[in-house]
Design a protein around this ligand. Sequence first.
Ligand code: NDP
Ligand code: OXD
Length: 309
Amino acid sequence: MSLIFCSRTDDPDEWRGAFAAIMPDLEFRVWPDVGDEGAVEIALVWDPMQEQLLRFANLRLIASLGAGVDHLLAATTLPPGVPMTRIVDANLTQGMREYVLLQTLYCHRQAPAYLAQQRAADWRPLDQPFCQQRRVGIMGLGVLGAAAAEALQDIGFLVTGWSRRQKELPGVECFAGLSRLDEFLAASEILVCLLPLTPDTEGIINRRTLGALPPGACLINGARGGLVVEADLIAALESGRLGHAVLDVTREEPLPADDALWRAPNITITPHIASITNARSGAELVADNIRRVRAGEALLHTVDPDAGY
Ligand code: NDP
Ligand code: OXD
């Protein structure tokens, strides 16, 4: 059995080393050096080129290198009937928990305003609400959104959440579906976006939805750039309707040096580092699914290509 690794952004040597330690019988090949195409049964991929996977007639598993699969679904014609899995990993979840806590506290404790005051040598305390009075809304209550909700609640924030299907999370007021979206947004002074990018969520943060937030609200996008209509975001920041935006992801990555987002007021940009798949723990998860494929058992963390996540 061989595995083909296809990614323009992940380091194949890290993954090769991780698999060598736990599954030494697996032949690890890196695109375009595919070797015997008929022997390839596993594709470990981030963004394969169009139709690349169709050439492997004996493919039994397509494993995403990340939690998100939008790259994969958008870039590739999938061989019909081959199951797809994604990364659900405690390290990845912990990274996102930390990022959301960091950026929520950064907004809540008015760090951007104090940084501006520091630059102006302006020593002036600002009014500070308690976190028990601060309403944080999380869009997407999946693996990462639910973990972020729990962490925010633990330190006292008032947390609400929004998802496609109704969720029950202890202490979190949960809203579901488009019909409840505006109600959810109206209660989100800090909006944390952890939705997958799908045809239904593309551009969901736009002029209309930004306008449904409380005036001066903050946005934290730790999911995908395609969720945001960037021109609408810039307009909302310029008008002051939105108080601050933290973006870990943008439509084009890396964000070009001349992109208007860099120069928007009240914005914090990080280069898609909110949480990064660790090759060692990621390889263990994929290896577990490879063993399941071999044993004909049910796979873990499968993707529904029709839903897009
Ligand atoms: P999950 O699939 O576990 O959760 C997705 C959540 O979004 C679910 O609650 C789902 O609802 C909800 N959702 C999906 N579509 C809609 C919709 N149309 N309307 C309302 N809710 C919707 O994903 P994860 O939590 O594991 O990851 C979320 C995203 O985070 C990934 O897709 C990826 O893009 C991004 N990510 C970013 C990283 C970074 O470093 N910046 C790192 C890792 C991931 P329901 O529960 O009803 O299914
Ligand atoms: C992911 C990511 O989806 O890193 O895992 O963005």
